[in-house]
Structures are given as C-alpha cells and as structure tokens.
Ligand binder design. Structure first.
Ligand code: HEC
Length: 322
C-alpha cells in the first residue's frame, strides 16, 4: 500500500517525459518536412484546413515516399505519413495514383451522364419498387457511388481506386502490384494490409453458413470471410460498409460523414428517388465539415465523433445500410 504514491509519481514523470519527447520529435519532424502541404498544429487543436489536428509521432516521415500531389481548393492533404524504410514504396506511386484518379473521375462523369439519361423514376406505390427504369437506376447509382472520390475523408480515394475494372476489379498500379501489393488509402501514405480482392463475383456470395456437403464454412466476403452478411443479409453490402471507415482506406471518422458527403453529392436526387426523401432528413451539427475532414483514428476509440441526435443517428444508420 505504501508504495502506491511512489508508483503513481513515477508514472506521471514517465508520462511527462514521454510527452515532452513526442512534442520535440514531432516538431523536429515538421521542420524536416519541407513539403508545401505541411499541416501545422496551430495550438487550438485545429489544423490549417479547419479539421481536427492529426497527431504526428516520431519517425512518421522517413522521407522514403514520393511527394504528395499538389493541393487543390478542395483537398489539402495533411503532412505526409511515411514511416517506411528505403526502397519499399514505389517512386511512381503519386504519378500513378493521379493517373488512376483521372480515369476514375472520367468514369464518374460518364455515370452522371447516364443518370441524366434515366428519365423520371416511377415508384409503384405502395410497395416503393420502381417501375420501368428502376433496375437501371439502381445500377447507375451504384456506379456513381463506386467511383465517387468525395466519399473518402480527403476526397481522393474512390472504391474503384483499389478495384478497377481493367485490373479484374483489383488494384490498377503495376509497380504496387509488383512490390507492396496493398494500396494506399486517403491519408497518404497509410497502406491497407492486403491485396484488394477482385469483387466481380462477391455479390453472389450468400450469408456465411456451415455447408454440410462441403463440411466447411461457405459464403461471406473478404479474404477471411469476416463480412458474414448477418446484419443486412448480404455479405457484399456489409463489407462495403468497411472501407469508408477504415483508417487505411477511405478514412472517414464516422459513418455519419459518409451520409453527409452523400447528401452533398450531385447525384443526391437519384439517391433520394431510390431510397426515399427521408434518407438525408438529418440534423447535422455545425462542426460536421470539420469532423468529416478529420481522418479516422484522430478521435481515438470514439466511433461516433459526429454528435447526431438519436433520431438523426438512426436515419443516418438506415441510409448507410442502404
Ligand atoms: C485502399 C484500397 C481499397 C479501397 C479504397 C476499397 N477497397 Fe475493397 N478491398 C480492399 C482490400 C485490401 C480487400 C481485401 C480485404 C480483406 O480481405 O481483408 C478488399 C475487399 C473488398 C471486397 C470483398 C470481395 C470478396 O470477394 O470477398 C469487396 C466487395 C470490396 N472490397 C468492395 C469495396 C467497396 C464497395 C469499396 C468502397 C466503399 C472498397 N472496396 C474500397 C481494398 C480496398
């Protein structure tokens, strides 16, 4: 019992020393990084773009990654994250990523034109199914979402970035495929852990179950089948909820942010036409932009940094499931 106060004093000292070390190391790293995209912590807990600051630990930039793409009005990337040894990250990663992004934006334009050509949606009340062009409308909405870069925290990584049609719906960058295999997400250069799967057959997989004939588990999505499909009875839809929130993929800090970005999309009317006007009937708090521009991980273990009231959270959840 007597030793407890000493122990806690010791812990406080160690904690302070560690903190001092981290502060020094991160300011040293900031100085070492001469990049124009440097994001400074202005002391208010904000960064220069009005998002919450992303903490930088020691060694987060070894200088062994290519430069980030130039900032645009919409996108200012935070300070580069590159804790990697030399020779690991392909030197053409940024130029190749920009090539893929141009292709993706082209396909998104194509989908917008296809949406415009759909004509009015005709709900068959009261079942809410769509007559005539309904199937096509769902198809086009899927394409619009799949190629929408705005659904990632820094508006730079669409689903298709890791799943391009001409690469069998897997990763489209040859130098990455020959080396690291996994792809970088929205916060550059945080990498995913595995090779993107080719998802052309994944919608046909059933909910994960034990198959007596095969005497094994069958169904589910992902390499390890962990998207079982139990909650929304579709493994493919369930897995699609993962990448938008994955810190190493699209990096949104809250599923409400994905719904918020959808509410700002040019194709919002098509989404509402298919899923209903209530989809975005949500009271987004004043700091939504700020929260949603901050990458997942910056809020620690809090899975819901967006302060939505219970009704709005419920609506956002239903929209996210859609
Ligand atoms: C940063 C790269 C990256 C992005 C962006 C990304 N994925 Fe993936 N995807 C992967 C990886 C890696 C896997 C395999 C992961 C695993 O098994 O753990 C995967 C697996 C999948 C699968 C499973 C296929 C199967 O056969 O089981 C589907 C479906 C899929 N992704 C769809 C999507 C959708 C939809 C989005 C956008 C909402 C998306 N992906 C965004 C990298 C990505």
């Amino acid at each position: 019992m007597k030793r407890e106060p000493q122990l806690s004093t010791l812990l406080v000292c160690v904690g302070l020393a560690l903190l001092a070390f981290l502060v020094n190391a991160s300011s040293a790293a900031a100085q070492a990084n001469g990049d124009t995209n440097v994001q400074n912590n202005n002391g208010r807990g904000d960064d220069d773009r009005g998002a919450f600051a992303v903490k930088q630990g020691p060694g987060t930039n070894t200088g062994n990654c290519p430069a980030l793409p130039p900032a645009t009005d919409d996108i200012t990337l935070p300070r580069v994250y590159c804790p990697y040894p030399p020779g690991l990250i392909p030197s053409d990663l940024t130029t190749e990523s920009e090539r893929v992004r141009r292709e993706i934006r082209g396909i998104e334009q194509e989908a917008m034109a296809q949406a415009a050509a759909l004509g009015p949606l005709v709900p068959t009340s009261p079942s809410q199914t769509l007559a005539g062009n309904g199937v096509r409308a769902v198809q086009v909405l899927g394409k619009l979402i799949n190629y929408d870069e705005n659904l990632s925290v820094f508006k730079n990584v669409a689903c298709a970035f890791c799943h391009m049609p001409y690469a069998g719906f897997s990763g489209p960058i040859p130098s990455v495929n020959k080396t690291v295999v996994a792809y970088p997400g929205s916060l550059q250069f945080r990498f995913g852990k595995r090779k993107p799967q080719s998802y052309d057959y994944s919608p046909r997989y059933p909910v994960l179950h034990y198959n007596l004939t095969q005497a094994n588990f069958y169904g589910g999505n992902f390499w390890d089948l962990r998207a079982t499909g139990y909650k929304i009875q579709s493994p493919d839809s369930e897995q699609a909820q993962g990448p938008p929130l994955d810190t190493q993929e699209m990096g949104n800090p809250d599923f409400g942010c994905v719904v918020f970005r959808l509410s700002q999309a040019k194709y919002r009317p098509l989404f509402e036409g298919i899923w209903g006007k209530q989809s975005f009937d949500i009271d987004f708090p004043e700091n939504t932009e700020k929260v949603c521009r901050t990458p997942a991980g910056a809020f620690g273990t809090n899975p819901a940094p967006l302060r939505l009231n219970p009704t709005s959270r419920g609506t956002a959840s239903a929209t996210f499931d859609a």
